[in-house]
Design a protein around this ligand. Structure first.
Ligand code: GUE
Length: 284
């Protein structure tokens, strides 16, 4: 599915090119967190394949918050840049909230700006966070009517848990948002037609938590080191115990690649949205 979405995005990029717009994504990485390096590398590579121009800004860990803000202002003001992504986590001395608030909402391809969060919670458009968007596309491939379905979201993050709950509510599912402090989680989960596991707790969701025929989305990506020193990525679900589920997303190779494909799709949406406005704001 991620490959198909990237293919669609490539066509959409070509169509925009024909109208004189090359979609461009600025990716800002502060510090050298190894996982972030991997993700940013992947984003930049996929952009190239899709024909999206990507501009990497790598700043040292000790970058002052005001300098990062100044960079965001520059990117906001640059009409050739359509998307701005600040890779998280940021170093501790930087207030991530203040930084994300500074991104122009129309360029906020992560959908983390309060304006986009508000739009999502009122169902009034805006840019939607990439992981929740990818999760909905995955779910849409097996579910066509969400009305009245019981969904249990495990995890209450601003990046996954809360926004995916909003999207599912919009489809009139009955959504229960839980987290690691929730009491009786296995019993709550067992009622679900759909489980979205986004707690960042490896193999949290066991076989007996999952109802026969449920659809399970595994958002976890915990890096583990084996006895032999090899690293592997472990999800939030004990997938080998979920043979009775209707469908389970794999880790790796499930939600992660969809997240990146949706980031590119959001960049194209942001670029397309400038078409109407830039014509109106240009002097005749
Ligand atoms: N501003 C911002 N936006 C993000 O969207 C964002 C972020 N910061 N910080 C970190 C998280 C994490 N995230 C992932 C994206 C793709 C994979 C992915 O493609 N994973 C592969 C495996 C990758 C690997 O080998 O490590 C997979 O699941 O198959 C994983 C994680 C985006 N994030």
């Amino acid at each position: 599915m991620a490959r198909a979405l990237l293919e669609e995005t490539r066509s959409a990029v070509a169509a925009l090119e024909a109208q004189g717009i090359t979609p461009a994504l600025a990716v800002v990485l502060v510090g050298g967190d190894p996982a972030s390096e991997v993700y940013v590398g992947r984003k930049v590579r996929e952009c190239a394949k899709a024909g999206i121009r990507s501009i990497e800004h790598r700043l040292p860990t000790e970058t002052a918050e005001c300098d990062l803000i100044a960079l965001i202002d520059t990117l906001n003001a640059d009409p050739a840049i359509h998307g701005v992504l600040i890779q998280l986590p940021l170093p501790r001395h930087i207030d991530a909230g203040r930084v994300l608030d500074r991104i122009a909402p129309g360029k906020d391809v992560d959908g983390f700006h309060p304006v986009n969060v508000g739009r999502l919670s009122t169902g009034t458009g805006g840019l939607v966070p990439c992981t929740p968007l990818g999760i909905m596309k995955l779910l849409d491939s097996v579910i066509d009517d969400y009305r009245g379905l019981d969904v249990v979201v495990i995890g209450k993050s601003n990046i996954v848990g809360k926004p995916v709950a909003m999207l599912l509510l919009e489809r009139e599912a009955t959504v229960t948002v839980t987290h690691i402090e929730t009491r009786g989680l296995p019993d709550i989960a067992r009622k679900a037609d759909i489980i979205v596991a986004a707690a960042g707790a490896p193999h949290l969701v066991r076989g007996y938590w999952v109802k026969e025929g449920a659809v399970v989305i595994d958002v976890g990506i915990t890096r583990m080191t084996d006895h032999d020193g090899a690293t592997r990525i472990v999800g939030d679900c004990a997938t080998h115990e979920l043979e009775h589920a209707r469908a389970v997303t794999p880790v790796p190779g499930g939600v992660g690649p969809m997240t990146i494909a949706c980031l590119l799709a959001n960049t194209v949406s942001a670029a397309r949205a400038t078409l109407g406005t830039s014509l109106e704001s240009e002097p005749a």
